[in-house]
Design a protein around this ligand. Structure first.
Ligand code: SF4
Ligand code: SF4
Length: 107
């Protein structure tokens, strides 16, 4: 079961998670990151690194956020790999925990 990036990463994009991944399976979009489910080896290292609690094992994705399982798989095929940490988006603190951010996801 791969790990999945969920809604709270949208418009936050701290990138603390990417450097710990041993198989470089994070991919970067304009305001969100995804995990490639075909590459993730379920090592669990990224989950505690995310300061906003956006990463879950696929079987533990919160109710209502199941759509992110397919989105991670789809967007990982389109976006480039990111392996080095960078600064979060400038207004990230303002967006932490806000509901219904899916409509703000940029592709
Ligand atoms: S640390 Fe969390 S919020 Fe930041 S890019 Fe990774 S998954 Fe997204
Ligand atoms: S669980 Fe491990 S392999 Fe999967 S995305 Fe996180 S750090 Fe990478």
């Amino acid at each position: 079961m791969p790990f999945v990036v969920t809604e709270n990463c949208i418009k936050c994009k701290h990138t603390d998670c990417v450097e710990v991944c041993p198989v470089d399976c994070f991919h970067e979009g304009p305001n969100f990151l995804v995990i490639d489910p075909d590459e993730c080896i379920d090592c669990t290292l990224c989950e505690p690194e995310c300061p906003v609690g956006a990463i879950f094992p696929e079987e533990d994705v919160p109710a209502g956020q199941e759509v992110f399982i397919a989105l991670n798989a789809e967007l990982a095929k389109q976006w480039p790999v990111i392996t080095v940490r960078k600064d979060p988006l400038p207004d990230h603190a303002e967006w932490d925990g806000k509901p219904n951010k899916l409509a703000l996801l940029e592709r």
